[in-house]
Design a protein around this ligand. Structure first.
Ligand code: G
Ligand code: MN
Length: 301
């Protein structure tokens, strides 16, 4: 065992694992409709260990079962805390955990103990290992799905997440990889459009992650994605902070007109004001020299 693996052994039982939660928004309404639980490990000697490092070690050593179960526990506790908010909690699960024939039962038992219906949870299958290579994995997913949980294929567009997996496995959600959004070309946005059509056709929800700018958010909205997640919309944050963030967001909605307005003004040779992002449609319509027709073009979708 490596030093990291030794340190990770028993980390869950010692209470060193915790979760940050990152909001997912419905681009149509800007409302927070989801929260992805992201694993964090604070070791007394090592400090905060990057999740990519310790999840990889956990998968290599079999510790992923106890780390993963701790995340189910933390995700369900948070779901119970925000019950009634309409926010679903997404919990990352490694395909390796699905090799255990009791996984679905244990997952459901933890949810039940917290009083959380499975319908308020989404299981995100990280594709570090292809699901169809793990014996019995599909059955575990089917049982959770039939119990009402969402099943998301994470990081779609990279590595193992082939169209074959998408077609043959019980996924209810397609989560596009960040790299797809980052690469901001017409070709990319065409591909996003194709994935939206594909997801629709299969009755799946489609989620875009890695949204870092308002421009990207607007393109994702225009493409018809059901959910969006990324630093622009909210960082991963501790549970307490998430609850405050969600409450504040209800009072101060996201700007919806800034980027199209900025573009249209620029096209008309007018430099956009710095605080345009805080403007509302009504403010824009009240601007001298912007008539209804112009305003329509400014805010048209
Ligand atoms: O693929 P998965 O759903 O597990 O991705 C979540 C990871 O992506 C987390 O580690 C989170 O911190 C990171 N992440 C979330 N939003 C953004 C973003 O807008 N930009 C970047 N670079 N990383 C992000
Ligand atoms: Mn994920």
């Amino acid at each position: 065992m490596t030093d990291l693996a030794t340190a990770l052994t028993g980390a869950a039982a010692r209470g060193e694992l915790f979760a940050h939660f990152q909001p997912q928004l419905d681009p149509e309404t800007d409302r927070i409709v989801g929260a992805e639980a992201l694993a964090r490990w604070d070791h007394p000697g090592l400090g905060l260990v990057p999740p990519l490092d310790f999840i990889t070690v956990a998968e290599q050593t079999g510790l992923i079962d106890e780390v993963g179960e701790a995340m189910v526990e933390l995700g369900c506790a948070f779901a119970a805390r925000i019950a009634g908010s309409g926010i679903q909690v997404a919990i990352n699960v490694s395909a390796l955990q699905l090799a255990d024939a009791t996984f679905a039962d244990r997952f459901a038992a933890i949810a039940e103990r917290h009083g959380v219906p499975l319908g308020e949870l989404t299981v995100e299958i990280t594709e570090s290992h292809p699901v169809d290579a793990v014996p019995g994995a599909v059955e575990q997913l089917v049982r959770l799905r039939d119990g009402g949980a969402g099943i998301a294929l994470d990081d779609f567009g990279t590595g193992y997440s082939s169209f074959k997996q998408l077609e043959s496995l019980p996924f209810t959600e397609l989560k596009m990889d960040q790299s797809l959004i980052r690469d901001d070309t017409d070709e990319t946005w065409n591909r996003v459009g194709t994935l939206v059509v594909l997801a629709r056709h299969r009755g799946m929800r489609i989620v875009a992650e890695g949204i870092e700018t308002l421009e990207q958010y607007e393109r994702v909205r225009a493409a018809g994605c059901d959910r969006a997640q990324g630093y622009f919309l909210g960082m991963p944050m501790p549970a307490d902070e998430f609850v405050q963030f969600a409450a504040a967001r209800v009072r101060t909605p996201l700007p919806r007109v800034a980027a199209p307005a900025r573009r249209a003004l620029a096209a008309a040779g007018i430099r956009a004001l710095e605080d345009l992002a805080t403007w509302t449609r009504r403010d824009l319509l009240a601007l001298p020299g912007i008539g209804a027709r112009t305003a329509d073009r400014l805010i048209g979708r």
